[in-house]
Structures are given as C-alpha cells and as structure tokens.
Design a binder for this molecule. Structure first.
Ligand SMILES: NC(=O)c1ccc[n+]([C@@H]2O[C@H](COP(=O)([O-])OP(=O)(O)OC[C@H]3O[C@@H](n4cnc5c(N)ncnc54)[C@H](OP(=O)(O)O)[C@@H]3O)[C@@H](O)[C@H]2O)c1
Length: 331
C-alpha cells in the first residue's frame, strides 16, 4: 500500500488554480501508541480551505507550502493501538487530503453506520449541518412567522439552514446562483421562494420575495448580496455571520454600502466559527439525525471520484459548480 497526498504547492494570487496543488506519493504511516491508522473513504471540500491557503491573519494557522491540505474525512480504522477504537470502525476526523493517516483516537469521532450513508457525517450529520443548526437556532433565534433569508442556499450549510427554518415555522427565501439551484431549493427542499442573485433584476426580486422585510439573514457570501439584504432588514433583525465566500479570493474587493442599516434597524450581527462550539455538537447531531430519519430534512451531495480530482472539485465548489455538499470519494 502507498499513500497519496495533495499538498499545497504555492499560495494562490486571486482565484485558486490547479498549480497551487501537487499530488505526492509517500509511504503509509504506522500508528504510534494511542493512535490508529485510518483509510480515508470520503474527503470533504469546504470554502474555509481557501482561507487556509493564504498566509494571512485568521482564526487558524495557514497550511504551509509542502504540507498536506487540511480537510475533514470519514474513514475506516485499519490498525488500532488504542483501547478506544477497534479495527473496522468508521470514524470522522480532520485527516486531510490523503488516502491514509494516523491520529490519536481521541481526535476522531465514531460514526454510527446503518441509518444514513456514512458520507453524511461530512454534510448534514457533520460540520455543515451543525453549523446551520448553531447559526440559525442559537444566533438567529427564529420565531414562527418570521422571514429568514439564507445565501448560498443550495449549498451544504444553506440547504440545511432553510429546512430547519421551515421546521421552526418561518417563511424562507433562499438566494442562489442560477435557475437550477433556485428550483432545487423550492421544489426539493421546500423553501417558500428563491432568488437568483445572478439575474439582472436581483434586488427587485429580493424585495418582492420579502414583502414583510427580513428578520434573520444567514450570511454565507457577503459582497453585493449583503448590500441588497441590508436595507430589507426589519427592526431587531439577526445576522448569523457564517461566511463571506465572495471575498475569499480577494479580501476587501467589494465595499459594502449599506452598513448604516445595521444601526437604523438595531441589528444583532454575530460571527461564529463552529469548531469553537464543540459543546453543542451532540445536541445538534441528535436533532439533525432525528429530522433526517423522519424525512423532515433532505440532503444532496456532489461527489468527485479519486483524490487526484480533489483540486478540480475544490475549484468548482468555489465557483458554484456543486449542488449541495461537495465530497471526494477516495476508495
Ligand atoms: N463559520 C463557520 O464555522 C462555517 C462553517 C461552515 C461553512 N462556513 C461558511 O459557510 C458558507 C457556505 O459553506 P458551504 O460549505 O455550505 O459551501 P457551499 O454553499 O456548499 O458551496 C459554496 C457556494 O458558495 C456560492 N458562491 C461562491 N462564490 C460566490 C459569490 N461570489 N457570491 C455568492 N455566492 C457564491 C456558490 O453557490 P452559488 O452557485 O449559489 O453561487 C457555491 O456553490 C461559506 O462562506 C463557508 O465559509 C462557515
């Protein structure tokens, strides 16, 4: 057995290109005392990885040139030197863009197999699902009848935000790029309405879609979309500030015009990083699993095949080629 890894070859200047990555072969590592050897089965591709490619101030250290790209994974324990995990068990962790990795057993989470596909541990029953749950319920505090707007609505986080908001009795408008994604969130996921931010009449369509204003804006993208939302916010609206993908390639590229609306509407805006809220994961996963099992929330994944295709799939996800969660099947 040989290991394959994708390492950071160079830092992007603007949009990510294939040249920023290198595929390398190495030996399969041996687990030390207390560690396990894992064969990764699925790799999660997430927007935050773009920020880790820059050597810039952030909440987490950047990936260094030549280092394996960071990433969430689901895999099978091949060897165990820990009493806490057995050979054959399925675990999720942050083992990066590679086929094999060793890790301390405590750094991994056991994945219940059987009730849902194990790849859901990287989507609706993993980090994106928990992000949606925490941001919407703990920061947004939705009340029945309120209007919730979510951007990147067809994606891993946004698709779950909108469905939870519906379960809480809210009116939900999704913002997404293109007719297919807009149709998906309304027809498949049950949002009340969707607005295509790439259409010429986006601002008018957003106004028409939110006749009673906006009580919660779940922010995933920033830029001109945030600017269109700000004047629609009701008094005491809440903004769970989850992401700002429109500026991950070019920080500060767009100057938001309507920040004054935050003051005028006495808006509560709270940014959060879900990995800093580990205390709520069990509660969030209990809710999400129950809703999924009961058929109350749906999920979709776009799956690339093979580690060598991870860079292309990652670039595609940043450009919006994915529908739902972007994954890579590794074996
Ligand atoms: N705070 C946290 O702890 C946390 C955790 C997870 C995720 N996040 C953030 O949540 C957001 C969504 O993440 P995700 O994993 O669910 O990704 P995702 O929505 O599955 O995929 C990214 C989507 O972003 C949209 N997008 C890309 N460029 C855009 C632009 N310039 N303007 C508007 N939309 C754009 C694309 O959809 P369209 O085709 O619709 O444009 C693309 O499909 C990201 O900002 C991410 O960083 C934060």
């Amino acid at each position: 057995m040989r290991n394959l890894q994708v390492v950071l070859a160079s830092r992007p200047e603007g949009p990510v290109t294939q040249k920023n990555f290198r595929l390398v072969e190495s030996s399969v590592p041996s687990p030390a005392e207390g560690e396990v050897l894992v064969r990764n089965l699925y790799l999660s591709l997430d927007p935050y990885m773009r920020m880790r490619m820059d050597d810039a101030k952030s909440y987490a250290a950047p990936v260094q040139i030549g280092e394996v790209m960071v990433g969430g994974t689901v895999g099978e324990v091949l060897e165990s030197n820990s009493p806490f995990l057995r050979k054959g068990e399925i675990v999720s962790g942050r083992l990066g863009w590679q086929l094999f990795a060793t890790a301390k057993a405590e750094a991994l989470r056991k994945v219940e197999t059987g009730s849902a596909p194990l790849s859901t541990a990287l989507s609706v029953l993993g980090m994106p699902g928990v992000t949606a749950w925490y941001g919407l319920l703990k920061i947004g505090e939705p009340q029945p009848g309120e209007t919730v707007v979510v951007s990147a609505a067809s994606g891993a986080v946004g698709s779950v935000v909108g469905q939870i908001a519906k379960l809480k009795g809210c009116r939900v408008a999704g913002i997404a790029g293109g007719t297919a994604k807009c149709n998906y969130v309304v027809r498949e996921l049950g949002f009340d309405i969707a607005v295509d931010y790439k259409s010429e009449n986006f601002e008018t369509a957003l106004r028409d879609a939110t006749p009673d204003g906006i009580d919660i804006y779940f922010e995933n993208v920033g830029g001109p979309i945030l600017d269109a939302v700000l004047p629609r916010l009701n008094a005491f609206a809440r903004i769970p500030f989850c992401g700002y993908i429109s500026e991950y390639d070019q920080p500060g590229a767009y100057g938001v015009q309507h920040l004054r609306c935050l003051l005028v509407s006495r808006v509560r805006l709270q940014a959060f990083i879900i990995s800093e809220h580990l205390d709520i994961w069990d509660a969030a996963l209990a809710d999400l699993s129950a809703w999924l099992l009961a058929g109350k929330i749906k999920h979709h994944a776009t799956v690339a095949n093979g580690l060598e295709n991870a860079p292309d799939a990652f670039i595609g996800m940043l450009q919006g080629r994915n529908l739902g969660k972007q994954l890579v099947k590794l074996s």
